[in-house]
Write a protein that binds this ligand. Structure first.
Ligand SMILES: Cc1cc2nc3c(=O)[nH]c(=O)nc-3n(C[C@H](O)[C@H](O)[C@H](O)COP(=O)(O)OP(=O)(O)OC[C@H]3O[C@@H](n4cnc5c(N)ncnc54)[C@H](O)[C@@H]3O)c2cc1C
Length: 383
């Protein structure tokens, strides 16, 4: 194990959920890990996300995504229990179920549900009203995925930060990585604004900014920012019971009554400002799903930059041309749910052992994403 403050066995660049969970897995392997974050931990996409532990329309995604989702969904309850014990912080993993309004499953959907062990029920309009009395009376049949859970991702990040410190991971915030140190196609660390940190293993988990670190190194990493805005209603506990999708949007009720309404998909570069137009769009969509929300104030409005990638399939594994350089990025709309499985897959590859799935679909191979499917071709609409 390497000991110096300016060296480590492995450097992780980026303190979002992907970076934190990767650092946790690496430390569990007995490695000396240094995590470098440009700002404060988890203030970007991993803070802004809604915390639904499922893609919005899960059967519309490729198997490469469904496999990571299924693995993470299975692992989340144990991870939550461990983090609660280690940190005393409860990220509120809650199996609220996800109700998809005006949706009727066809045989393709039921076949997908069987393959990925996803429970799925069809509700007629009366049962929808019974399940969620706050919904507009005009709701038609719906699909309920009762196994879908949610977490409060900012709390998950806080719990992870405490757990990492207990594991001995060195965390350096306000520390921007300016370039990678590479000699003869082998990585040997990173340069930061505060000097170099040497390591034979570097993991890039820089979210929407990941491609910047690979600039000028031949192939462009097709990861681009896609802005998402959300608003927060201060509603009473129990007003909504499920995550609800309708009108191309979604509502997420927290245990304390707060209801998140999301989201937008905007290609505006690295701007993460909020707009009054999006606020209005989100409010109108929320009222069309649950009219009673109009009685409660919007207490917060924010934006985050998702790391968009072709088909939403993340890049996980070693760079094909630079030894010791690894990627764990490009999780687009599903980074919270895919994070635990992505960290496991990455570290299994780094340790040269078999993992729960074939790593090939996640490799950064020449041309991936540069022809055919472009960034942000993952399903967009909630319905
Ligand atoms: C509105 C919205 C709703 C969402 N809802 C959900 C949901 O319900 N479920 C779900 O699964 N996913 C959701 N997502 C997606 C999810 O939030 C992201 O996929 C995930 O958080 C990406 O995590 P990350 O760690 O890759 O990136 P980030 O959280 O953005 O972290 C990357 C970090 O790297 C740091 N960094 C970048 N460059 C450098 C550098 N040079 N040096 C040092 N540090 C650097 C950044 O400062 C940042 O902290 C949502 C996203 C948004 C915006």
């Amino acid at each position: 194990m390497t000991e110096s403050i300016n060296s480590a066995d492995c450097v992780v660049v980026g303190g979002g959920l992907l970076g934190l969970l990767t650092a946790r897995r690496l430390a569990q392997e007995g490695m000396a890990v240094t995590l470098l974050e440009r700002g404060a931990l988890c203030r970007e996409s991993s803070w802004a996300g809604g915390g639904i532990l499922s893609p919005l329309v899960p059967w519309q995604y490729t198997d490469a995504i469904s496999r990571l989702v299924e693995r993470s969904q299975h692992d989340y309850p144990l991870l939550m229990a461990e983090l609660l014990e280690q940190s005393g912080i409860d990220p509120e993993w809650t199996q609220s179920g996800m109700l998809m309004l005006d949706t009727v499953p066809d045989t393709r959907v039921t076949a997908w549900a069987e393959r990925f062990h996803c429970r799925l029920e069809t509700l007629d309009a009366d049962r929808v009203q019974l399940a969620e009395p706050a919904l507009t009376a005009a709701s038609g049949p719906a699909v309920l995925l009762p196994g879908v859970a949610q977490i409060r991702n900012p709390r998950l990040c806080q719990a992870l930060a405490v757990a990492l410190q207990m594991q001995g991971v060195t965390i350096r915030e306000q520390c921007t990585v300016t370039r990678l140190l590479i000699r003869d196609q082998v990585v040997n660390g990173v340069e930061t604004e505060a000097g170099p940190v040497h390591a034979n293993c570097v993991v890039i988990a820089g979210g929407a900014w990941s491609a910047q670190l690979l600039q000028g190194m031949g192939r462009e990493l097709p990861v681009k920012p896609v802005r998402g805005q959300m608003i927060l209603f201060q509603a009473p506990p129990g007003m909504l019971r499920h995550i609800v999708q309708g009108a191309g949007h979604y509502l997420i009720p927290r245990r304390d009554g707060l209801v998140l309404a999301g989201s937008t998909l905007e290609h505006v570069g690295f701007s993460n400002e909020t707009t009054s137009q999006a606020r209005e769009e989100l409010m109108q969509a929320a009222f069309s799903i649950a009219p009673g929300l109009a009685d409660y104030p919007v207490i917060r409005h924010w934006a985050g930059l998702r790391p968009g990638s072709p088909e939403g399939i993340p890049f996980i594994g070693e760079h094909s041309e630079i030894s010791g350089l690894y990627l764990n990025t490009g999780h687009f709309r599903n980074g919270v749910v895919m994070a635990p499985a992505s960290a496991e897959l990455l570290v299994d590859g780094l340790q040269r052992r078999d993992s729960f799935t074939d790593p090939a679909p996640y490799a950064f191979w020449p041309g991936r994403g540069l022809s055919g499917a472009g960034v942000d071709t993952a399903p967009e609409s909630g319905i």
